[in-house]
Design a protein around this ligand. Structure first.
Ligand code: NDP
Length: 419
């Protein structure tokens, strides 16, 4: 029986909160706190009569450590779930350390304004050291390892689907299916259609920053960096069909390269339709993906934030989105001395998600693992002092929970491999 503070009340948080409310024996009490309190109140109103979980709400600006500390001291939670934006990861981790509470999130830290000189310098130094130039990486949060360890607290990073479940799939393959893993291809396919000419399925700013960054993959002990969207493949996905997919940099490659012994290559592919790519290229060409503030009629505006205000809110896509997602990992390696390949994946239907929790499948496939990650921590199935990614824990209870809470997975032997 636990009390949890959930920061953020957007598309992903809303699913996680619905799911926490289905598991009231673990989530006895939750406090939903976000920048816009009215969203928290509306969700509380919707859920409180259908659940045994006691729900309270608060307003917080999680950019400010002192505000988060004051809130944690007021609520006294057993765990803080950060489902706001990656920009808030470090302030919330600081507050958790100061108040002696464990922490989890769904995406790794990225500085909001990469152009600000102090961030720019740190970013450039880190790019040089890490060997790739995406905005987001684990180094900022791994820097907290010793402090969490000393405080006897756990921080679980990236408990969404990818990152998150994909790393649990890797730990499961390592534990049960293969003696050694040679290659991992993570395939993220969204076969959904929302009917808009252009919209993103989760926070537009974070999404567009991710897909417009250079791609990179891990091979033979080093990063190989490529121009954005320059490696293209086609794949025939179970229950979705044939889709174009492109190689992206993705955060879990970084932790898996460290945690899966002797892995030779790790790549991440995401599907995009031609129309999405054409829109994105056009927005990039006219400068609307820029994070650098510009002066417009005397006001400073950040182009990508202005674009976010124009695009449909991802949380509003639920009723319109039809089709399925298919996300998983293809492994090659050896078992009992023999070459073996396996594919572990989940297929999720947008409309089924909408019927259950009022959200499309991208928020659902992220919000459910956020709830499961929190449940693993609160029930002490995943507990050790320090800062960890999901593949560093026992995958079995998490895999069972995926089957139980709406994201059942399949294993296919000898799948078609990506060349
Ligand atoms: P949304 O933009 O829908 O929601 C973000 C929420 O955080 C909003 O409620 C917003 O409040 C709140 N918020 C933003 N800034 C602050 C702040 N300074 N203080 C307090 N609250 C704040 O985003 P999503 O739900 O789509 O995404 C949530 C997270 O999930 C992101 O970190 C995203 O990267 C991650 N994600 C992870 C995936 C995975 O598979 N691992 C996949 C998809 C997303 P307000 O309403 O005022 O704007």
């Amino acid at each position: 029986m636990s009390k949890v503070l959930i920061i953020g009340c957007g598309g992903v948080a809303s699913v996680a909160i619905h799911k926490c409310c289905q598991k009231s024996d673990v989530f006895e009490e939750i406090c939903i706190a976000s920048r816009t309190k009215s969203k928290c109140d509306a969700l509380k109103e919707k859920l409180q009569d259908q659940t045994q979980t006691r729900i309270t709400t608060e307003q917080v600006n999680a950019d400010h450590v002192e505000e988060v500390k004051a809130l944690i001291r007021k609520i006294e939670p057993d765990l803080v779930m950060n489902i706001a934006l990656p920009y808030q990861d470090l302030t919330i981790m600081e507050a958790c350390l100061a108040c002696g509470v464990s922490y989890m999130d769904t995406a790794n830290y990225e500085p909001e304004d990469i152009q600000e000189p102090i961030w720019r310098a740190a970013y450039e130094k880190r790019c040089k050291e890490a060997g790739f130039s995406a905005y987001f990486d684990y180094s900022w949060q791994w820097a907290y390892r010793e402090r969490f360890e000393k405080a006897g607290l756990t921080a679980l990073l990236g408990s969404g689907f990818d990152p998150g479940v994909t790393q649990v799939f890797c730990a499961y393959a390592q534990k049960h299916l293969l003696d050694t893993i040679d290659t991992i291809d993570i395939l993220d396919c969204n076969g959904g259609d929302h009917g808009y000419p252009f919209a993103t399925n989760f926070n537009p700013e974070i999404n567009l920053r991710e897909v417009s960054a250079p791609g990179s993959y891990w091979e033979e002990g080093r990063w190989v960096e490529i121009p954005a969207m320059s490696i293209h493949r086609e794949y025939d996905f179970d229950q979705v069909g044939r889709k174009d997919m492109y190689l992206l940099h993705h955060e879990e490659i970084e932790s898996l390269a460290k945690n899966i012994p002797n892995v030779r290559r790790i790549r991440f592919f995401m599907t995009f339709g031609q129309s999405y790519l054409t829109h994105m290229k056009c927005l990039e060409n006219v400068g609307l993906l820029s994070t650098e503030p510009i002066l417009y009629e005397g006001h400073s505006i950040v182009p990508i934030q202005f674009l976010k205000a124009l695009l449909p809110d991802p949380a509003s896509l639920g009723p319109r989105t039809v089709g399925k997602t298919n996300i998983g990992c293809i492994f090659t390696g050896k078992k009992d001395g023999q070459e073996k390949s396996v594919y572990i994946y989940n297929v999720c239907d947008h409309q089924e998600c909408y019927r259950e929790v009022g959200s499309q499948a991208i928020s659902y496939t992220t919000g459910v693992p956020a709830m499961i990650g929190a449940m693993m921590m609160l029930t002490e199935k995943w507990k050790k002092p320090g800062v960890f990614t999901p593949e560093e824990f026992d995958p079995d209870p998490f895999m069972d929970a995926l089957n139980q809470y709406g994201l059942p997975w399949k294993i296919q032997e000898n799948p078609v491999l990506v060349d």
